[in-house]
Design a protein around this ligand. Structure first.
Ligand code: FAD
Length: 415
């Protein structure tokens, strides 16, 4: 075992989005920084993000884009390090990017550009990053003759980890937990952050998979299989939240941006309402169509607005006995009922696909115990939590990375 009592001021656990930004910021303040990463690669989620193009931020960031038990917690960090600060760095590195729908910013070439930029910043700031490290333990050191609130106390923590089968021990002033959350274990999803929180007496709010596709066990399951590959713009609503975006039928159920967004607000047993014609009052339109085209079949009218396979599916569900009838043979009441269903198709997912495919984890370390200014644990000086491990989850659209950058930067200034 080797021991380096004073080599580093700050040890950061996790070389993902928040850990790297925190390391860069701290090193620029003159702190000596060691980053410990369990995986063989740095920034795996950055590389896989945004379909390989990394939706690295959004031009319009507000606290309303985040879900947390304390909706005010994210404000200070988001204000301290804004989307414009990150965009400034991206532009300084001449990275080509584009703005897509809903002000989302993506790399034009590859997510690698973002990771390479962060790694270059780490290199310039002399940051040591060790991969394939297993944390063995963290101990708060009892300080004799000092209040542990003193910022000049050199060693408040002892961190022991194994690296290439050898065990190493380092003492440091600050430990930053940036180990992310539970989503996608093969990309680094881990519970370590919650275990450390519990070791130091912090509460962890209930966690569940977020930004995740839905699955079904009822007759929607074969319907989704039949319609697999079909995408259309809908409005999805659940628990007083609504999003209008594309929905995709898949072999396993429903996906696409609108489903990922609404999944953040769905709990098991909840119904999700899908408006298949978000820009039309369907009941009035169908009654009017009957006056205009009495000889047409309902299927023909609907096929002007919706893909034929979907219309066929709806017909077998909602008007099978009138499949061959002209519109004139439908009563206004029948058309109104069908129109209402088109605007409000009530679906009951049986589950989400879970952490295996979820982009994020909802819930996490209760922010009541954390300073929103510094990300330090209020009752445990020198211990910081940043990024997704905290109970702060963004909507789809670059908000989760912005939270990682903003919280990482905030902690980096104070560690
Ligand atoms: C497929 C996918 C696509 C996504 N696309 C986007 C997108 O385009 N835009 C967006 O805003 N968000 C996106 N996200 C969400 C975003 O990636 C995360 O919110 C963000 O990476 C969280 O940053 P973090 O630093 O908290 O955690 P991570 O980036 O997950 O970093 C945590 C790091 O800690 C390491 N680690 C874990 N356990 C240990 C341990 N025991 N010891 C040491 N190290 C450990 C992990 O290996 C990892 O490197 C996507 C997520 C996924 C899964």
């Amino acid at each position: 075992m080797s021991s380096s009592p004073s080599q580093y001021d700050v040890i950061i656990l996790g070389a993902g989005a928040s850990g790297l930004l925190c390391a860069i910021t701290a090193a620029k303040q003159g702190r000596r920084v060691l980053v410990l990463e369990r995986s063989n690669k740095i920034g795996k989620k950055i590389l896989m993000s945004g379909g390989g193009r990394c939706n690295f931020t959004n031009q319009f960031v507000e606290a309303d884009h985040f879900i947390s038990q304390n909706k005010h917690f994210s404000k200070a960090a988001l204000k301290r390090y804004t989307q414009w600060d990150f965009i400034e760095m991206v532009e300084r590195y001449d990275i080509d990017y584009e703005q897509r729908k809903h002000q989302q910013l993506f790399c034009l070439n590859s997510a690698k550009d973002i990771l390479n930029m962060l790694l270059e910043e780490c290199r310039l700031a002399n940051i040591n990053i060790k991969t394939q490290c297993e944390l063995e333990h963290i101990h708060a050191i009892e300080l004799k003759g000092h209040s542990n609130k003193d910022h000049d106390v050199p060693h408040r923590y002892q961190v022991q980890f194994s690296d290439d089968k050898t065990s190493q021990q380092h003492h440091c002033q600050s430990v930053v937990v940036a180990t992310g959350a539970l989503s996608i274990p093969s990309l680094g999803g881990s519970s370590l952050g919650y275990d450390i929180a519990q070791q130091f007496g912090l509460k962890v709010t209930p966690r569940r998979a977020g930004l995740v596709p839905f699955m079904f066990s009822d007759d929607m399951k074969p319907a989704c299989e039949r319609l697999s590959g079909l995408a259309l713009e809908v409005t999805a609503s659940c628990n007083k939240q609504s999003f209008t975006e594309n929905m995709l039928f898949t072999h396993r159920g429903l996906s696409g941006p609108v489903i990922l967004q609404i999944s953040n607000y769905w709990h098991p047993g909840d119904t999700v309402n899908i408006d298949l014609l978000p820009h039309k009052e369907a009941a009035a339109w169908l009654v009017e169509s009957k006056q205009q085209y009495p000889k047409n079949q309902l299927k023909t009218i609907l096929s002007h607005q919706l893909a034929k396979p979907l219309v066929n599916e709806l017909q077998t569900r909602w008007w099978p006995e009138k499949a061959q009838s002209p519109l004139a043979e439908f009563s206004d009441k029948q058309l109104t009922a069908i129109g209402n269903k088109l605007n409000q198709w009530a679906l009951k997912p049986s589950a989400t696909e879970g952490y295996r495919t979820a982009e994020v984890t909802l819930g996490g370390i209760d922010t009541d115990a954390i300073s929103s200014k510094t990300m330090e644990v209020k009752h445990q000086p020198g211990l910081y939590f940043i990024g997704e491990v905290l109970d702060v989850t963004g909507h789809l659209g670059g908000f989760n990375f912005q939270w990682a950058w903003s919280s990482g930067y905030s902690a980096g200034l104070f560690v």
